[in-house]
Design a protein around this ligand. Structure first.
Ligand code: UDX
Length: 437
């Protein structure tokens, strides 16, 4: 175990998904000795060979740097990593179960394994997004196999895909949910080199802060998308309205971008899980139900706008689609509105040619040869009856839209992310549709 006079700790991170790999690597970068554990032997072999399973700006370089510095290693054996650990972060997946609740089987399997292999004091930290009460269950499971001293804690992760490394090093806050000062001091030490307020709370508060944060952000987006609906019916411009709202410091300008709604690996599952959690505790979270419904409808409104423009039917039409990922700067297509919209168009009998800077490979796995892929963004316009912008890659703003228009069958453009300026697109000869303006 590590020298208690330094801040350097021996840390095991279980799970090498987004959260585990990014936080393990960044913790190594601030000086800790990190062992990342994953049951996936191929993934671990790839990581040992320097191959990163996800696209995340800066991550590959940081992994390489810390592996070479001897601070970061990968293994499939939690039992091997544990004897040397001061802290164990559980960062395995918590997918949605069929009823929307978080499926905690992977978290609990790790807790069971920790209990079976522990022989000294450690702090076991839930880093995965887990419902309130999970740490208590993790504690009980470890206790079932280990009679010695240990602590459980909750340090939820707030990283955003695409800027996860920056988010780690410059967080708005680090939430440390603990049951006693000893665990609080150890975890404060772990994060000591990272600037940002360290908030010590109860374990239960920490667990809820994560869900409440994601739900509030999703609420902001659904709210602005509903205001966009009013804009479309009243002649107001959502971009002006969002800017005007955001200037109020009590509201702030972020997460007020209207569009086709939120997706990704976190918001959809966490918002539904919080609603379930509320229901389980005997409370009907009415607002959150509305937030979810508005988000589902937002995609449908967009599709309907496309259908209406083609007199109700898009059968036989050819669409160029810009974007596959759930947002820019990621290859992640989980709960992506872009994929949903493409599937709707295909169901309606349309043809689709799509482009994304990073997500093609992942999209191919779910779309299964049902669409074509362009190698350049401008190529989606060739012979298209309309082009749809569905992921907010900023690069799409700077395409030569005039040249693209000339290659289209009909110059119709649906901008589901309000990336482009209506007046400019109209001047360039487009029949241009966007959200809330
Ligand atoms: C989110 C949280 O931001 C992060 O703190 C948490 O740890 C994980 O979940 P992420 O899923 O990476 O991060 O994406 P985020 O940047 O939050 O965007 C989520 C979705 O909302 C995307 O589909 C994005 O397109 C959409 N969005 C975001 C909007 O539609 N409008 C906005 O103003 C902001």
């Amino acid at each position: 175990m590590s020298d208690t006079t330094t801040h350097i700790k021996n840390i095991t991170v279980v799970g090498t998904g987004y959260v585990g790999l990014v936080s393990g690597t960044c913790l190594a970068d601030i000086g800790h000795m990190i062992t990342c554990v994953d049951v996936d032997t191929e993934k671990v072999a790839n990581l040992q060979a320097g191959k990163i399973p996800i696209f995340e700006p800066g991550l590959e370089r940081l992994v390489k740097h810390n592996v070479e510095a001897g601070r970061l290693q990968f293994t499939t054996s939690l039992a091997d990593a544990l004897p040397n650990s001061d802290v164990v972060f559980i960062a395995v997946g918590t997918p949605s179960a069929a009823d929307g609740r978080a499926d905690l089987q992977y978290v609990y399997a790790v807790a069971d394994e920790i209990g079976r292999n522990l022989d000294h004091y450690v702090v076991v930290v839930d880093k995965s997004t887990v419902p309130v009460g999970t740490a208590t269950e993790v504690e009980a499971r470890i206790r079932a196999n280990y009679a010695g001293e240990f602590d459980v804690a909750s340090c939820p992760e707030f990283l955003r895909e695409g800027c996860a490394i920056d988010d780690f090093f410059a967080p708005d806050r680090i939430v440390i949910g603990v049951r006693n000062d000893k665990a609080g001091d150890i975890l404060s030490d772990v994060f000591e080199p990272v600037k940002g307020e360290k908030l010590i709370t109860t374990v239960e508060s920490a667990e809820l802060i994560k869900y409440a944060s994601n739900a509030f952000l999703a609420t902001k987006i659904s709210f602005i998308n509903e205001i966009a609906q009013i804009c479309e019916r009243s002649g107001a411009d959502i971009e002006e309205v969002a800017y005007g709202i955001g200037l109020d410091h009590r509201i702030g300008p972020k997460f007020l971008k209207a569009g086709i709604g939120w997706g990704g690996s976190c918001f959809p599952k966490d918002v539904v899980a919080l609603d379930q959690m509320a229901g389980d505790s005997g409370y009907d979270f009415k607002l959150l139900k509305g937030v979810i419904e508005v988000n589902q409808e937002q995609r449908m409104h967009f599709i309907q706008k496309v259908r209406d423009t083609f007199s109700g039917s898009v059968s036989g039409k050819k669409f160029g689609v810009l974007g596959l990922a759930f947002k820019d700067n990621t290859d992640d297509i989980r709960e992506s509105a872009a994929i949903d919209i493409i599937q709707q168009l295909l169901n309606d009998g349309a043809e689709v040619v799509a482009f994304d800077y990073q997500a093609k490979e992942n999209a191919e796995k779910v779309l299964d040869g049902s669409i074509e892929y362009a190698t350049q963004p401008q190529d989606v316009a060739h012979g298209a009856d309309a082009v749809l912008v569905v992921t907010e890659w900023p690069e799409f703003k700077h395409l030569d839209w005039k040249v693209m228009r000339e290659t289209m069958n009909t110059p119709i453009l649906f901008d589901g992310r309000n990336l482009l300026k209506p007046s400019t697109m109209q001047e360039q000869g487009f029949e241009y549709y966007s959200i809330g303006r």
